[in-house]
Design a protein around this ligand. Structure first.
Ligand code: NDP
Length: 291
């Protein structure tokens, strides 16, 4: 039996999440990507966000509007696209099948029924996020709700769903020698922001910064709750990440203000953040692997 770790990555259609999905799929993980709509999910491409490195690797892209929290938490199946590689490792050509799919497997179910393969949930990366475009007094209720639902509340619900799957993974006792990628204990990685740090106070980021501060603190406490189960939780707090739609939408003035506010902090690329996620997840295995 071949044991295949599964990573769930939100915000994987663009920007940082896209770079994370690309790296994880190149490392041999089966990936479940989440985007906000059918339109964005249909833009997911094998050879860009997704790669195939072994014959048991599968991927899935699901349309879930995470700003519709808590409504989406009551749904068990979502519209999406399932990707299968070719017969040989490294094959780019493959099958893409549209349908209604589960995000996490139900009891006694697998995400994919593939002879000779067993899939287990090993990593959740909460990366989807939305920024703020005005001062607090000009930020209306709908925008506040959107920021909090996407940047914080959905991350909590996904962490809860994933933690239950991960507990099951730990109890299954995956034999590391039969794992197609380095076997490590399951992990939740939340992408917060340096703007959530207590010493950062940049005008125009009030609600966004509060949502990220909440996510960082949530992750710190969650770590204490899940460690005894053999599950890890960690938070990354990048500074300005260049080249993503979120950064580009800020406009030149806001970007300058941010760079001034983040003085001394280097600008990162989406690939830098993806490498940091891999470092957190793979730990000791990551060093030799990234060389
Ligand atoms: P982008 O704007 O480039 O990408 C945002 C991603 O989130 C897209 O995949 C988008 O999907 C998804 N998303 C947006 N709204 C929803 C929704 N309602 N439901 C589901 N998915 C949604 O952002 P970045 O890549 O720049 O940022 C990624 C994360 O990193 C965010 O959490 C951000 O706060 C954080 N961050 C970013 C920094 C930066 O400088 N860029 C710095 C520090 C942290 P779709 O394509 O479907 O819209």
């Amino acid at each position: 039996m071949n044991y295949v770790p599964v990573a769930v990555v939100t915000g994987a259609t663009r920007g940082i999440g896209r770079a994370i999905a690309s790296l994880l799929s190149r490392k041999g993980l089966a990936c479940v990507l989440i985007g906000s709509s059918a339109e964005s999910v249909r833009r997911v491409r094998v050879g860009e966000q997704l790669h195939f490195t072994h014959p048991f690797q599968k991927h899935r892209a699901l349309a879930i509007d995470l700003a519709r929290w808590p409504e989406w938490t009551g749904e068990s199946r979502f519209w999406g696209v399932d990707f299968s590689g070719g017969e040989t490792a490294g094959a780019v050509a493959g099958e893409a099948r549209e349908g209604s799919f589960r995000l996490f497997p139900g009891p006694r179910e697998q995400l994919w029924e593939t002879p000779g393969a067993h899939y287990f949930v090993s990593l959740l990366v909460n990366c989807a996020g939305v920024s703020q475009h005005s001062l607090s007094v000009r930020t209306g209720p709908a925008q506040i709700q959107r920021i909090m639902n996407l940047n914080f509340a959905s991350c909590v619900s996904l962490s809860n769903l994933a933690a239950k799957q991960m507990l099951h993974t730990v109890r299954q006792r995956v034999p590391p020698q039969h794992c197609v990628a380095p076997y490590v204990s399951p992990c939740i990685v939340n992408i917060s922001s340096v703007l959530g740090a207590p010493q950062m106070a940049i005008p125009g980021t009030t609600v966004y910064a509060a949502s990220k501060a909440a996510l960082s603190q949530y992750t710190r406490v969650l770590t204490q709750e899940v460690t005894s189960w053999g599950v890890r939780a960690a938070c990354l707090e990048p500074g300005l990440v260049s080249g993503t739609d979120m950064t580009n939408e800020l406009g030149a003035d806001a970007q300058r203000q941010l760079v001034d506010g983040l003085i001394g902090l280097p600008t990162q690329t989406p690939e830098d953040v993806a490498a940091a996620v891999w470092q957190v997840y793979a730990g000791e295995n990551a060093r030799e692997d990234m060389q």
